[in-house]
Design a binder for this molecule. Structure first.
Ligand code: ADP
Ligand code: MG
Length: 357
């Protein structure tokens, strides 16, 4: 198990990571989701030992890692741009890490060859060993980068946006492969990405990095369906967040004064979250009984194949998104510029207390 506690990393006046705590369990695929610049690469570099935290501890299986040089940590790192040696063959790239590492270098040529072949087989590249890395596809280069890391039998593998350089088709295939390879190895993967779909597809656990901390770490389904705070919810690209102030058990937001679950004290800040696919639309006069609603003007629609996204704006300027699945459409025909009632079941509302994070 890898445990990070109270990790802080500053660059000059800027704080990239701010007292971050987080656990990667054994034998698990963990995704780390964060916007560009949120500190994902920094976090991986701290775990690998390419840089040191200003505060906090990194512990792997009970042993403190921070302060140790990278080659003593047994951590695998798959770099964002693959970082292969262009003048070496596939085989030589993979063998490199075994022959030249600072500790436990493998001297026996037979052992290097055997382990290199095993790593190439593991990633589905048997037969490609003699090719130059310029003579293979992007997806294959990705596998070489992975094989080069796995050949050293790391205790945990860090992957920095490993699918970012691949086109969409290939990305889907590589997703399945990465999961399958990890399952065979039983080593934990920590996969960093800016894409919520990638994070949710890949991770048994998904951790969300925002404001220099992990704001939630949960099973992917639990995270998607029940984010614990507005910051986590925002990263899922599936929830409308409406912020406001409590007034007599209701929340004054820029979508109007809305009922909230539970009882809150007047003047308190809170946010509610409403999932894109849990909002229905009707004429303002036709809100079904038992549902909460607010009014908003239809701006425009966006068609994405199996789903259609509709954008609305309330009189006070809140942008609200509604998703319709074309296999079971539930939205009426919408006219741009017209005002509709957006309604939802009261129990669909998530309430987060406190000011917006
Ligand atoms: P991500 O990988 O999530 O895009 P990074 O970890 O690369 O984010 O960067 C997090 C923040 O730290 C950014 O604001 C970035 O500019 C800053 N940062 C990262 N590395 C350095 C560095 N070596 N020197 C100064 N600032 C850095
Ligand atoms: Mg990065």
């Amino acid at each position: 198990m890898l445990t990070l506690s109270g990790i802080t990393r500053r660059y000059g006046d800027a704080t990239a990571l701010d007292g971050l705590s987080f656990t990667v369990p054994d034998d698990a695929y963990v995704s780390l989701l964060g916007a560009s610049g949120s500190g994902k690469t920094t976090l991986l570099r701290l775990i690998a030992g390419f840089e040191e935290p200003d505060a906090g501890q990194i512990i792997l299986d009970g042993v403190r890692l921070d302060g140790q040089p990278p080659h003593r940590r047994d951590i695998g790192f798959v770099f964002q741009n693959f970082a292969l040696f262009p003048h070496l063959t596939v085989e030589e790239n993979v063998a490199f890490g075994l022959k030249y590492r600072e500790s436990n270098a493998v001297a026996s040529a037979a052992e290097v060859a055997e382990r290199t072949q095993a790593a190439l087989e593991l990633v589905g590249l048997e037969g490609f060993g003699h090719r130059g890395v310029g003579e293979i596809s992007g997806g294959q280069r990705q596998r070489v980068a992975l094989a080069r890391t796995l050949v050293t039998e790391p205790r945990i593998v860090l992957l920095d946006e490993p699918l970012g350089a691949l086109d969409a088709n290939l990305r889907d295939r590589m997703c399945d492969e990465l999961r399958a390879i990890r399952e065979r190895l039983k080593v934990s993967f920590l996969h960093v990405t800016g894409s919520e779909t990638e994070a949710l597809t890949m991770g048994d656990t998904v951790a969300v990095l925002a404001g220099g901390r992990i704001v939630q770490s949960s099973g992917s389904r639990a995270l998607f369906e029940a984010p614990l705070n507005a910051s986590a919810a925002k990263h899922l690209n599936a929830w409308n967040i409406l912020s406001g102030t409590v007034e007599k058990d209701k929340l004054r937001t820029n979508a109007g004064i809305l009922p909230v679950p539970g009882s809150l004290s007047d003047g308190q800040s809170a946010q509610i979250a409403l999932r894109f696919d849990r909002i229905d639309v009707s004429d303002a006069a036709q809100v079904p009984e038992g549902r909460h609603h607010f009014e908003a003007r239809f701006l425009t629609g966006e068609f994405n194949g199996p789903t259609a996204l509709s954008f609305f704006r309330t009189a006070d300027g809140a942008l609200v998104q509604v998703v319709d699945h074309l296999s079971s459409p539930r939205l009426p025909r919408l006219e741009e510029g017209r005002t509709y009632a957006l309604h939802y079941r009261p129990e669909e509302v998530l309430l987060f207390e406190g000011a917006e994070g």
